[in-house]
Design a protein around this ligand. Sequence first.
Ligand code: FAD
Ligand code: THG
Length: 807
Amino acid sequence: MSGSPRVVVIGAGVVGAAVADELTARGWTDVTVLDQGALPLPGGSSSHAPGLVFQTNPSKTMAGFARYTVEKLSALAGPDGSWCFNPVGGLEVATTPERLAELRRRHGFATSWGIESRLVGPDECAAMHPLVDAARVLGGFHTPTDGLAKAPRAVAAQLARATDRGARVLGNHRVLDVLSGSGRVTGVRTDRGDVPADLVVSATGFWGPKTGALVDLTIPLLPMAHQYVTTTPVAALAGRNTEAAEASAPILRHQDRDLYFREHVDRVGIGSYAHRPMPVDLDALPAEGMPSVLGFTPEDFAPSWADARELLPALRDAEIDTGFNGIFSFTPDGTPLIGEHPGLAGFWVAEAVWVTHSCGVGQALARWLVDGEPGVDLHECDLNRFEEAQLAPSYVSTRSAQNFVEVYDILHPLEPPAQPRPLRVSPFHARQVELGAVFLEAAGWERPHWFEANAGLPEVSRIPERGEWASRFWSPIAGAEALVTRDRVAMYDMTPLKRLEVSGPGALDLLQRLTTNNLDKKPGAVTYTLLLESSGGVRSDLTVARLGEQRFQVGANGNLDLDRLTREAGDDVVIRDITGATCCIGLWGPRARDVLASVTSDDVSHAGFGYFRARSIHVDAVPVTAMRLSYVGELGWELYTSAELGLRLWDVLWEAGQRHGVIAAGRSAFNSLRLEKGYRSAGTDMTTEHDPYEAGLGFAVRPGDYVGSSAIAGRETPARRLVPLLLDDPAHVVMGKEPVWHDGTPAGYVTSAAYGYTIDASIAYAWLPAAAAEPGTPVHVEYFGERLPAVVAAEPLFDPEMKRIRS
Ligand code: FAD
Ligand code: THG
């Protein structure tokens, strides 16, 4: 493609408009925006969205998208200078002690992600909002830069700017098909003729699944109706707001009752998530008018109306004037869908996006198209993040509907979804159940976090208690499992670890070109290596075992790694996801060798089977690919076999391990042990926003030419670093994402945290500016509004001489 490619954007809602504006701002002016509806209000969700923008979000990326929306819309005006963004501020109130604590946690997220906010008392809530009664709230969370987006005006203003730069915007053009040839899009077919294109961006909102179906692409979102009403005039608001300004009081959330509020001059608009999930059949929608607006079902709103009048007594003199059930998108994990079709080059998606995040998403997508990278960490939003089983229609609808129900719930970071479970289980599942495994879920996998069978271990009594929040989805048994791993030996189920087989004449070249470390070693070598963006950010970290001249087994972090390798592979490489067909036990601890040696005739001595080596061995009758490495930092092996032999492998090791005091251990112990060793978790500790040196992974970088190599050249002395903190009071264990204060200002944020049972200290890894990252530097971690003193420590915190692993 030379010059400006021809881009067709399908959909003229907030997302399509933002994409068109951002693309043309970058000099890509051959942009055509098509919408099936009549402009300027084509009838999608944006045509009637009340436009509340609350920026605070547990996700750094989502908060960043919202911040950019506020910034951009604040600088944008409609006709006659009318506002696109009205910064009335945001107020979330608590009516329960649990919510009050949650607001403190949200204040932490806001601080971590650079959004100004304050915790306020009941009187201040009432002073800030004319309808809030101080006696009815326990406190609030105020974000002065939140406010109202005027969605239709923001659409018009962005499209006008794009048009000025050369874009075309065509209403009444329904896209009926996507044209393609040789694996690439070539255009779209509309009811008014074909439009050629090099790139097609689907910004069709909740119509996404239908648009995706045109190109055999599953768009995992569920269109659902959500109720919004406006009241008759409220006496207490008389004369407060001009027609032009519409509102002056902060937008208000009452999450304890799943409600939000805004002013419409002297009326109140109320949105509710309290009603039953109302999935929408796209085929039943009208083709004309306002297909996203369904008739109001007053019985569903009745409890919310009572709750609204309870919180805002002034509403008792008003009635519901208008109401509708408006449609928008929900996804299985609540985040948007952004990215390129895995099988059709040039077909891009930006869907399931709120008005709140629309400008940020538009900017990221435009950067991705123009610069080749989105410029922001998108792993939580990438279209291709889902596992195959997570794309099943029933999975998408179950999880998305659950997300609707939980949208304002207080969710613990470890809390597993209720359904559909169990979905993916390892071959050891039956044994784990017998041992009283407490399962949590990740990527559809059931993962034991600890085993009740270990409750009788004497070590349990040595494990310190912790705060209420940190003890959810936790047990002191996990601490005992960690100690036993360091003292004796434990079996960990590593089956959910994504495994890829990369083979063929081009396999080595592909992996050498895409990753940072040198993989050109003799078969039998295992290498820790990084997948980078061209700009040097860390996409993922991998272990690559060379099992043959042309055959590699890659230990990866998720579907995005598979997606990346698959896209980059030529015809001379075959990539297979072997995760489900295989299984893995991590056998780790000082007695791991004794256990393994007793069930194999292969040489597993240090001389015969060195650290970071891989080999085929037999464990009893089970053929196993053994790799001597350990994410927990102990002597031991990852033992892989095919799924049908897994149970036998487990039973053989279990039985042989009895003499050595083997236990089964879970993820909770695992996470603590890896943090003691300073092993990073990609996506949590570091993302594409960090380079390897900043992340402390410079040891995995080779000189040479590979994706990202030129970008990281000369960056060996970073300005910020990922470092471990130790909390002064070991009774406090934090969870991740908390702000870290240095010299009285927010300086960074926690990534992962755990209690280190071996070192008897509370660990929190955090990003800090280099000046604050020196060992010994005093800092504070803000946890539920409290500033906990901590100190930067030298790493690794455990076994710096690697005596455990290399013996
Ligand atoms: P849309 O605005 O739906 O645009 C998609 C466009 O694609 C449509 O115009 C449609 O006509 C067009 N299209 C579809 N298929 C085709 C085709 N085949 N050919 C041509 N054109 C096609 N978000 C907030 O941030 N804050 C809020 O307070 C808020 N409140 C809401 C309240 C309600 C009642 C509802 C329903 C939603 C609310 N939302 C809110 C969500 C928000 O409105 C949406 O997430 C957002 O508007 C989606 O924008 P979009 O551009 O992706 O989709
Ligand atoms: N096992 C396997 N593959 C994996 C992981 C795993 N891939 C994804 C993820 N986990 C990768 N993360 C790590 C992190 C650290 C180590 C291994 C995988 C590790 N590091 C040693 C260190 O830093 O000292 C050795 C590094 C080296 O010698 O280069 O062991 O758990 N199969």
